[in-house]
Ligand binder design. Structure first.
Ligand code: SF4
Length: 235
């Protein structure tokens, strides 16, 4: 199992190269595969975030990206940046209607504005401390995927992020069952990989890229870099 999880990572890395995820407004790099938004990427640079506001920007992005694609989140973040509101104290002060308007491009803006207000309060009370996963999970609007995205990308803590793409690809590879829970899937990575944030960071981004490129609902198996190690009945 260990070898197959690692081999999958190596094949994806060789195919797509470092992804430079999580995108930040201050970064000038481009998305190496040019899918979706092309701004804010930092391939091969795992040193982000560099300050508290960048850390909060990642947390806000992790909440805003629920049920929408990244280009929509980027528009909302740019609106918040124009209001100088990528800062917990500014979010708390901002009138809710103005916040809703700014994040409208990310969809579900009524709910997400409330989520951001609640998160800003939580972030403010942290006073720079790294939150515990259990603390994040008590916040309204923060589920396991959002909590792990925040821990991994904003705090460099080794928690593997599981999403629908991970489930689809690893079920097809034959490495997990269709009914696996979030925790079971996460354990697959935690047990079979070194708890290394760089690998976790890159692996998740590569999975997303692969799901968009090849392992779509209707997969393009013929040209897939994982074909030789995949259990899926490719036609
Ligand atoms: S071979 Fe097909 S099913 Fe398997 S990972 Fe590749 S695209 Fe997905």
């Amino acid at each position: 199992m260990k070898n197959r999880i690692l081999q999958t990572y190596k094949n994806l890395y060789a195919e797509y190269s470092p992804q430079g995820w999580w995108p930040l407004l201050s970064c000038k790099g481009v998305n190496p595969t040019k899918t979706g938004s092309i701004n804010g990427y930092h391939p091969n640079n795992y040193s982000y975030p560099h300050n508290d506001d960048e850390r909060l920007e990642i947390c806000i992005g992790a909440i805003l990206t629920q049920n929408t694609s990244w280009p929509n989140v980027e528009k909302a973040l740019l609106n918040l940046q124009k209001l100088k509101a990528i800062n917990q104290k500014k979010i708390l002060k901002l009138k809710i209607e103005k916040l809703k308007e700014a994040i409208r491009p990310a969809g579900y803006f009524n709910q997400k504005a409330k989520k951001l207000k609640i998160f800003a309060e939580f972030y403010n009370e942290l006073k720079g401390r790294t939150p515990l996963r259990d603390e994040l999970l008590t916040i309204w609007g923060v589920g396991p995927e959002t909590a792990d995205s925040i821990l991994l990308y904003a705090y460099n803590e080794p928690f593997f992020v599981i999403d629908a793409y991970t489930k689809r690809i690893f079920t097809r590879l034959g490495l997990t069952g269709i009914n696996s829970s979030y925790a079971e899937l996460q354990n697959l990575f935690h047990k079979n990989l070194k708890r290394d944030t760089k690998i976790f960071n890159e692996y998740h981004a590569l999975i997303v890229e692969h799901a968009k490129n090849k392992c779509q609902n209707k997969p393009f198996c013929k040209s897939c870099c994982l074909k030789k190690i995949c259990a899926f009945d490719c036609v």
